[in-house]
Ligand binder design. Structure first.
Ligand code: MLT
Ligand code: ZN
Length: 467
């Protein structure tokens, strides 16, 4: 180890306590990466602060000793946003995991950045309230990471992204200053709202250490419908028809390949015997007999039109959960193939064009590779996962997928869509940011970063390529 690295570790151990600083190989390995699995982790050390003040001290120390910091939550990200591959110090928010009592009058809950999403949902439920942002990784993702990536998930069609639910933030900027942003207020029109700058900033401006989240009333009797679809075109036709009957909590889709992977490798039961090219998973509130009858009628009409080939509706909470596994288990199941993920979006009305443009590119470039489709179609968000063929080296695979992604991103640019709908830019999509953001937008983003992080110590290489 070089002298300067020893100095850095020594200064961190002086600042915190020895048990809050780790250089153990297994800890470096696991805290140096997220779920992307494309980069070999190589952090210098992992630190575990216990308070916002300790985070501020670490930042000041990093400024003095000139080392880079990588904020780290549940490490469930899919774009390499929490990766530390160049001797950075990873700052884990694991120990800032407090969950305070729900404020029933304000309908808010105050939490530390390291609080697990599912634990927050449970605390809200105990108070007869609901934290609606949800996704498959909610059992291990931390709220700080959700906020830093403005996480989306399965209920966006109804409740929006994480941004909608953040009433206040405590942050430590890259200068080491502590800011209280919005303090849980419902109304606060006092100029620029830095809270929204930090939401989705992927750790390049500073650390999110605490948050006040909004809560709402829980949905009534959420009911799941899985439909077997005849082809891709049916996906949008069915969305329009069903959405006309009742507001939806979710409208998700997945392909037969995705379904077959979870059936085979995660032991999930098929929804019905018929195998169809695509499936839609719909969730709605069965709040009255009229709603149920209207949904039945809409499904029958879709069957008569030939768009829907088979259908099943949950009759219990347990059955609804079992059906959700068909969609929610896909991501984890396919990690064994180190998938190259495209997380793309357009406005909902342009989804048919997006689907057909991307499908053409995929067919031309990957005639023999396994391509797994799923996504939040009701939000205009498609996940296109290219599964790594077993015999292909990981860096060759990444390079080949990157080349082809350019064709996909060109199509997206033409439609005014986004190259990263909900997973963030991280390291993986940083080379392609210009497909969604103009040169002057990127220059403005860099200028804003320079205000909050003048020494460029915060999460280098994420969102922007190195200068
Ligand atoms: C999902 O929708 O399942 C998540 O965004 C994760 C993924 O895309 O794999
Ligand atoms: Zn998703």
């Amino acid at each position: 180890m070089q002298r300067s690295s020893i100095d850095v570790i020594h200064s961190l151990e002086t600042l915190l306590s020895k048990d809050q600083v780790s250089t153990e190989a297994s800890v470096l390995e696991s805290y140096g990466q997220d779920w992307t699995r494309f980069t070999q982790p190589a952090p210098l050390a992992i630190v575990f602060p216990r308070s916002t003040n300790e985070v501020a001290d670490i930042v000041k120390c990093a400024r003095t000793h000139k080392f880079a910091l990588v904020p780290s939550g549940g490490r469930t990200g899919l774009s390499g946003g929490a990766v530390a591959a160049n001797g950075e110090v990873v700052v884990s928010l694991d120990k800032l995991n407090t969950i305070e009592a729900v404020n029933k009058t304000d309908r808010t809950i105050a939490v530390g950045a390291g609080a697990i999403t599912q634990a927050i949902q449970a605390a809200a439920r105990e108070a007869d309230l609901f934290y609606p942002v949800d996704f498959a990784s909610s059992g291990s993702s931390q709220i700080g990471g959700n906020i830093a990536t403005n996480a989306g998930g399965i209920n966006v069609i109804r409740y929006g992204m994480t941004r909608e639910w953040v009433a206040g933030l405590t942050v430590v900027t890259g200068t080491g200053e502590i800011l209280e942003l919005n303090r849980g207020l419902m109304k606060n029109n006092t100029g620029l709202d830095f809270r929204h700058l930090f939401i989705g900033s992927e750790g390049v401006l500073g650390f999110i250490t605490e948050a006040t989240l909004r809560l709402c009333s829980p949905p009534k009797d959420p009911t799941v419908l899985v439909l077997g679809l005849s082809d891709m075109d049916a996906i949008m036709l069915v969305l329009e028809r069903i959405q006309g009957t009742t507001p939806l909590l979710a409208y998700e889709f997945f392909s037969e390949l995705a379904a077959s992977k979870v059936v085979e490798h995660a032991g999930v039961a098929r929804p019905f015997d018929t195998k169809t090219p695509f499936y839609a998973l719909i969730e709605f509130e069965r709040d009255s007999e009229e709603t149920e009858a209207a949904v039945f009628e809409a499904v029958e009409a879709c069957m008569e039109s030939g768009w829907v080939l088979d259908a099943v509706m949950s009759q219990s909470v347990a059955q609804a959960r079992a059906l959700w596994r068909l969609r929610e288990d896909i991501s984890e199941t396919i990690t064994r193939w180190t998938p190259y993920k495209n997380d793309i979006s357009s406005t909902v009305s342009k989804v048919p064009q997006l689907l057909s443009a991307v499908d053409t590119v995929v067919h031309n470039h990957y005639p023999d590779w396994e391509v797994c489709w799923y996504g939040h179609i009701g939000d205009g968000n498609l996940h296109l996962n290219i599964l790594k063929p077993e015999n292909l080296d990981i860096s060759d695979f990444k390079a080949r997928c990157g080349d082809v992604s350019v064709d996909i991103f060109e199509a997206i640019r033409g439609l005014g869509g986004s190259i990263s709908a909900e997973h963030g830019v991280g390291t993986l999509k940083a080379p392609f940011l210009e497909y969604t953001r103009t040169e002057s937008e990127i220059a403005s983003m860099r200028a804003i970063k320079a205000i909050f992080d003048p020494d460029e110590i915060m999460n280098p290489g994420k969102i922007f390529l190195a200068n």
